[in-house]
Design a binder for this molecule. Structure first.
Ligand code: NAP
Length: 486
C-alpha cells in the first residue's frame, strides 16, 4: 500500500517558544520529516520566536542539534536537513514586552499573501497576551491561524477565560486547539473502521456492546515535573482532554459528513450526555516508592499531596445508543507498562450451543494507540485439528506496520499530521472551544468533590496495574480490566 503525500500551499509558520522543549523535540523534527516526505512547499518559511537573543544562524545550529538528538544523526538526510535549516529564521521577541514585534512585522510583510500560522509553544499564561498582540499589530490577518495546546485551562472558569482571550482576537474558525491523541493514525482509523464499513456500526450500541475500556497507562513517574504535576493530577492532565477525546470518538453518532463542525457537534453531544460519576465509581491513587525510585509524594516534594497519579472511573452515557453500557476509563503513572488502547467488549452470544465446553472470551475490538498502533478483533474459532470440537480465542490482527509494509515507517507522527492540517485549514482533528468547556464542566464536579473531601488517594505499587480498589470497580460489575502489557 503506497501512502500519498499531498503538498500543502506555501506558508509562514511562526513558532513562539521555538527554543523550548516542545518545539525542539516535536514540532521542528516533525516539520523536517514533512520536508523529507515532500509535503513542504518551496516557499515555506518557519520563523522561530522567543526571548533568547539568538542570531538566525545560532537558532539553526540549535535546531540542527535537536534534529540529531530527536531524529538521530545517522538517520538525517544531509541534503534535506541543510535545505530544512535554510528555511528557518529567528526573531528575538518578548511576548509581554516591546522587543522584537516590529522586526517580526517587517519579516512577515514580505509574504503577506501566504497562509500564516502562529504556533504558541509557550506557557498558557502567554496565550492571551500573544493573541492580543498579534491582533493589535495587524500581524494576524483574517485568514491567519493560531495553534494552542494543553493545558487549556485548569477548570471551567479558567477555560472560559482562555477561550474569551483567544476569541477577542481570533474567530473560532482560526483557533486550532491541539490534542495530539487526535493526530494518531489509529484514532483516525477508529472513525474509518466505524463509518466506512457496514460491519461494525450495527453492533456499535448497548444491545451488543457489554462495556468499553479506555486505558492510557504510563510506566514512568512524574520525575522532574513533580511540582508542576502536583497542581494538576491525572484527571486534569489526561482524563479531561485525551481520554475524553477517545471516549467521544468511540461513542459519537455518525456525523452527516466528515467535516470539522459536524464531527465536533457529535463529540459535544456525547459530552453533554455523560452522567455525573458517583463517588463509589471513582478510584484515585498515588504510586509508592520502588527499589530505586521515589514515591509520588517524594517526586512531588509534597508529603501531604492529595493529587492523584492514577484515576479509574466508570461513566454512563445517557442516550439511546449507550444507555446500559458503561465506559470504564483509567490512566496512571508508574504502571506496569506504557500502553494506550480502547477496548470495545461485545456481549456473549444470546445462546451457546457449545454449553459443554469451557467458557471462552467474548468478542472484542481493540484499538491500540501505543505501542504498535493497530486494531485487533478478538474472535472465537474452532481449534484446528482432529479430536472433536474445541474452541480457541484468536486475534485477527491488523498492526499497521505489518499491513502497510515499509510505508508504515514513514507514517507521520501526530504533530506532523496536525501541523499540516493547520496549514490546510482543516479543523476536524482539533477541539472546539465549547467541547473543551463542556469537558471541564463534567470534570469539575469530580475535582470539586475531591477538594471538599480532602482525602488522600490510595497507594499503589510502582509497576503494578494500579490500586486494588480499581480492580474492585470492575469485579463488582462482574467484569475485569484487560491486562496492562506492552
Ligand atoms: P519550555 O521548554 O519551558 O519552553 C517555553 C518557550 O517559551 C521557550 O522557548 C521560551 O524561550 C519561550 N518563552 C518564555 N517566555 C516568553 C516570553 N515572554 N516571550 C517569548 N517567548 C517566551 O516549555 P515546553 O515544554 O516547550 O512547552 C510549551 C507549551 O507546550 C506549554 O504550554 C506546555 O504546557 C505545552 N506542552 C508541552 C509538551 C512537551 O512535551 N514539552 C507537551 C504538551 C504540551 P525564552 O526563554 O528564550 O523566551
Amino acid at each position: 500500500m503506497v501512502s500519498r503525500v499531498i503538498p500543502v500551499q506555501p506558508f509562514d509558520l511562526i513558532i513562539f517558544g521555538a527554543t523550548g522543549d516542545l518545539a525542539r523535540r516535536k514540532i521542528l523534527p516533525g516539520l523536517y520529516r514533512r520536508m523529507v516526505a515532500g509535503q513542504m512547499p518551496q516557499d515555506a518559511r518557519i520563523i522561530g520566536a522567543a526571548r533568547s537573543a539568538l542570531t538566525t544562524r545560532a537558532f539553526r545550529d540549535m535546531i540542527r542539534e535537536a534534529l540529531e538528538t530527536f531524529i538521530g544523526k545517522d538517520k538525517l538526510d544531509e541534503e534535506i536537513a541543510a535545505k530544512f535549516l535554510s528555511v528557518l529564521d529567528y526573531v528575538t521577541v518578548d511576548a509581554t514586552g516591546e522587543d522584537g514585534w516590529d522586526e517580526l512585522t517587517k519579516k512577515l510583510a514580505k509574504t503577506k499573501s501566504q497562509t500564516r500560522a502562529f504556533y504558541l509553544s509557550v506557557g498558557p499564561s502567554l496565550f492571551g497576551p500573544i493573541a492580543a498582540r498579534l491582533h493589535e499589530t495587524g500581524i494576524a490577518t483574517k485568514d491567519s491561524r493560531i495553534v494552542v495546546e494543553k493545558p487549556l485551562g485548569h477548570d471551567l472558569e479558567s477555560a472560559r477565560a482562555l477561550n474569551k482571550q483567544l476569541s477577542d482576537s481570533f474567530d473560532e474558525a482560526q483557533i486550532y486547539r491541539i490534542d495530539h491523541y487526535l493526530g494518531k493514525e489509529t484514532v483516525q482509523n477508529l472513525m474509518a473502521v466505524r463509518f466506512a464499513n457496514a460491519l461494525f456500526e450495527p453492533l456499535w450500541n448497548a444491545r451488543h456492546v457489554d462495556h468499553v475500556q479506555i486505558t492510557v497507562s504510563e510506566s514512568i513517574g512524574v520525575g522532574g515535573r513533580g511540582g508542576y504535576y502536583d497542581k494538576s493530577g491525572a484527571m486534569r492532565d489526561m482524563v479531561q482532554n485525551h481520554l475524553m477525546q477517545l471516549l467521544c470518538l468511540t461513542a459519537m453518532e455518525p456525523p452527516a459528513q466528515f467535516d470539522a463542525n459536524r464531527v465536533r457537534d457529535e463529540k459535544l453531544k456525547v459530552i453533554h450526555s455523560l452522567e455525573d460519576v458517583a463517588r463509589e465509581d471513582i478510584v484515585r491513587g498515588q504510586y509508592r516508592a520502588a527499589k530505586d525510585e521515589p514515591s509520588y509524594v517524594q517526586d512531588a516534594e509534597n508529603p501531604d499531596s492529595l493529587t492523584e497519579s492514577y484515576v479509574a472511573l466508570k461513566v454512563n452515557i445517557s442516550n439511546w445508543r449507550w444507555s446500559g453500557t458503561p465506559f470504564y476509563l483509567r490512566t496512571g503513572k508508574r504502571l506496569r507498562a506504557r500502553m494506550s488502547e480502547i477496548a470495545v467488549i461485545f456481549k456473549e452470544p444470546p445462546h451457546s450451543i457449545f454449553a459443554k465446553l469451557p467458557a471462552h472470551q467474548t468478542n472484542a475490538l481493540i484499538i491500540r494507540l501505543q505501542p504498535d498502533e493497530g486494531i485487533t478483533l478478538r474472535m472465537t474459532i474452532k481449534e484446528p485439528g482432529p479430536g472433536g470440537m474445541r474452541l480457541a480465542d484468536v486475534p485477527l490482527d491488523m498492526t499497521f506496520a505489518d499491513a502497510l509494509g515499509p510505508s508504515a515507517e514513514s507514517m507521520p507522527d501526530a504533530y506532523e499530521r496536525l501541523i499540516m492540517d493547520v496549514i490546510r485549514g482543516d479543523q476536524t482533528l482539533f477541539m472546539r472551544g465549547d467541547e473543551v468547556e463542556a469537558a471541564w464542566e463534567w470534570a469539575d464536579k469530580m475535582l470539586n468533590d475531591w477538594t471538599e473531601q480532602g482525602r488522600k488517594p490510595a497507594a499503589y505499587d510502582s509497576g503494578s496495574s494500579g490500586p486494588e480498589d480499581a480492580l474492585g470497580l470492575m469485579h463488582r460489575d462482574g467484569r475485569r480490566w484487560r491486562e496492562i502489557e506492552a
